[in-house]
Design a binder for this molecule. Sequence first.
Ligand code: FES
Length: 105
Amino acid sequence: MNRDNQPFFDVLDEKALPEGGMAIVKVKGRRIAVIRRSGNLHAIDNDCSHVGGYLGQGTLEGNNVVCPLHQMAFDLETGKAVNRTGGYSVAVHEVKVENGRIWVR
Ligand code: FES
């Protein structure tokens, strides 16, 4: 989905998310997990596409976030599940830092 014309939403103070940190924010009623890994920010749908585990309460393994319920691992860049067949994936979102704040769209 092309989001070029959609606005960014201010979701979090940048200092609130240290390296390896995860936060669950809401954008237009949708829960999004914002994650800082290796200095990069990622924003990925929080609710697991399996049965809704909170990825923002999961763990980081390499470039993946692992769901706390049944350990499905989702690539932070693509949102695709990497350790399970069946085409599971979650949406990823654009994220940026501006004026000390984290913005997502
Ligand atoms: S709810 Fe996430 S793997 Fe089952």
